[in-house]
Design a protein around this ligand. Sequence first.
Ligand SMILES: NC(=O)c1ccc[n+]([C@@H]2O[C@H](COP(=O)([O-])OP(=O)(O)OC[C@H]3O[C@@H](n4cnc5c(N)ncnc54)[C@H](OP(=O)(O)O)[C@@H]3O)[C@@H](O)[C@H]2O)c1
Length: 348
Amino acid sequence: MSGKELPKTIRKLVATRASPKFREVVSIVTEPTPKPGDGEVLVKNRFVGINASDINFTAARYNPDAKFPMEIGFEAVAEVVAAGPNALYKPGQAVMYMQYGAFSEYKLMKDKLLVPLPKLKAEYLPFILSGNTAAISLDKVGHIKSGETVLITAAAGGTGQIAVQWAKLKGCHVIGTCSSEDKMKFLKEIGCDRPVNYKTENLREVLKKEYPKGVDVVYETIGGDMFDTCVENLALHGRLIIIGYIEGYESDKGYKPASTLTTLPSMLLRKSASVGGFFLPQFAEDSAPYVMKQIQYYNEGKLKSFVDLGQKASAGPFNGLEKIVDAVEHLYSKKSIGKIIVDLNPKK
Ligand SMILES: NC(=O)c1ccc[n+]([C@@H]2O[C@H](COP(=O)([O-])OP(=O)(O)OC[C@H]3O[C@@H](n4cnc5c(N)ncnc54)[C@H](OP(=O)(O)O)[C@@H]3O)[C@@H](O)[C@H]2O)c1
C-alpha cells in the first residue's frame, strides 16, 4: 500500500433504524481506517451529493431486508489517498463514484467503479447520479427527438437542471415547473422555454391554453396531482417517464400513488401514449459513457452545472459530516436550486 499518512480511524454517517425521518435515525460512528486490497483504493470524500431518495434509503424502501446500522449516501467526488496492489489509480487522483455508503470521510472502493476526474470539483458531481438519470431516461425511455415538447417537473432541482439542458441540447421545446420566482429566473438562465411557477400559475390551465396538442414527453418526479395533470396533457403518442414521487417520500406510509390511477389505462389508450418507469441502477451499462458525455459537454461550455453548498440556506454552509442532516432537510424545504452538495473537507 502506498499513500499519505492516514488517520487511524474514520467517521461516517449511518442509519440506525428504518424510517424516512432522516434527522431522527442517523448518527455518526467511528471505525478503524480500512486498508485497500487487490484492485482497491481508499478514497477521501470531498463533496457528497444529497438526493431526495436519501430518506427512501433510510426508510429501507430500497431494501426491505436492510440490516442496521446501515451505511447511507449515494455519491461523491473524492481523492485517492491509498492504493492496493494492481489498482488502476494512484494517490492524488481525483475521482467520482456512485456507491451506497458515500456519507463517510473515507471509503474503500473497487477501482473499476471510479470515474477519473481532472480535478476535485463540486460541479462534476451533478453528472453522475442526477445527470445520468436525466440524460439516460430522456434518451432511452422518453426517446426525445428534436422539435418535440418536453415537460420537466422539479426543473430547477438536482436532476431537473440537467434534464432541462439535455432536452434543449437535443433541440426540444422545454417547459419546466418550479415553486418560486428565484427558480423561474434560474430556469430562464439555463434555457427553459416556458418556466411555470405552479404557486402563481395553474399548470393544467397553462398546458391546455398554450399546448393544446399536449406535450410529447414528461419527466415526472412529483406524483399525486402533478402526475395526473401530466398524463391528462400528454400528446398523441406521448411518453411519460416516472422518475419519482417525491410527494410521498416524507410520509411513513411511503409512496403516495396518483389519486386517479384507475383512469390511467383509458387516458393512455385513447392517445396511444405510454408511461415508462426509470431507475438509474438498472442502466449501469450506460453510466460511464453518459457521465463522460456530460463532462465533455461541460468542458465545451454546452452544459452547465449548478451546485448548492448551502451558502444561502439558514443552516448553511454545508461543511462537514454533521451538516448532511441539514442538507437533506434543505432539499425538502423546496428552496434549493441545482444539486445540493456537502463539502466534507472545505479548504480553509
Ligand atoms: N429514478 C431514478 O433513478 C432517480 C434518480 C435520481 C432522482 N430521482 C427522483 O428525482 C426527483 C428529484 O430528486 P433530486 O434529488 O434531484 O431533488 P431536487 O429536485 O433537487 O429537490 C426536490 C424538488 O422537488 C420539488 N418538490 C415538489 N413537491 C415536493 C414535495 N412535496 N417535497 C419536496 N420537494 C418537492 C421541489 O422543487 P419545486 O418546489 O420547484 O417544485 C424540490 O426543490 C425525486 O423524485 C427523486 O426521487 C429518481
